[in-house]
Design a binder for this molecule. Sequence first.
Ligand code: CP
Length: 312
Amino acid sequence: MPFDKKDILDIASLSVEDIQLILDTAESMREISERPIKKVPALRGKTVVLFFYEPSTRTRLSFDLAAKRLSADSVAISADMSSLVKGETLLDTARNIEAMRPDVVVLRHAYSGAPQFLAGRLKASVINAGDGTHAHPSQALLDMLTVRRKKGTLQGLKIAIVGDIAHSRVARSNCVGFTKMGAQVVMAGPPTMIPKGIETLGATVAPSIEDAMSDADVIMMLRIQKERLKKFSMSTEREYARHFGLNRQRVALARQDVVIMHPGPINRGVEIAPDVADGPHSIILDQVTNGVAVRMALLYLVLGGGRHADTD
Ligand code: CP
């Protein structure tokens, strides 16, 4: 079945078949990054603009690498180095970018809905690289690929997502994605960080972190988004680690073959102990590796991959 989406804005607008196609395409893209010459001509002549209004290491770099490994030309612009600082609006900036005829605009923005706003106004494909607290679809897709590779399936797994759910676009996209693919998502965290109505996305809220971890196949820890909180001190961090941090004792509550995930960046010693982050259950760096493959798949598919592109 061909992929017919112009834009990738969230997981909710992808069908189960779309997600399967993206994961299968990403699986075939993985091998390109293992070659001595990490480049195929699939997107030769295409232009990808990376437009990041918020800081990023993993997402920005992996979209850039993904474009380059498929032979597209990529160019990055960040808010502080653009004419936004001179008062230009997002729409005017985007119209000016479009006047230069890019094929894809990858956008990260602090406002939920900003990628959707542009997608309805630009001919270029828009890929959401994280918007406010709304969605981070490429992160959820790379997380699903990483779990599928480790467990063989997503169906029937218990996924515990723990931490600052309220501010987390990763939690929302993963909740929608994993439940869509037949997993059970359980969330836990400080009551002030669990938004009302989160169950409408398909998750259940556990009464305690220990309940969430019990028999979990996957534990996904989230960092506290200090930049979105008014007050968060060192002593609060210590308290947080004691009550909600992932340590070896809590990992022992989960299944023996549990895998530990984190979208990054990690606050070591706060939401996750260093020996757990670097321990035998951790697949945090696999997530990063798979991020390049998933973003290659997304660029390839929105640009008509499979119909006329060449990945040999
Ligand atoms: N997971 C994630 O979005 O990381 P970055 O903020 O570094 O892109």
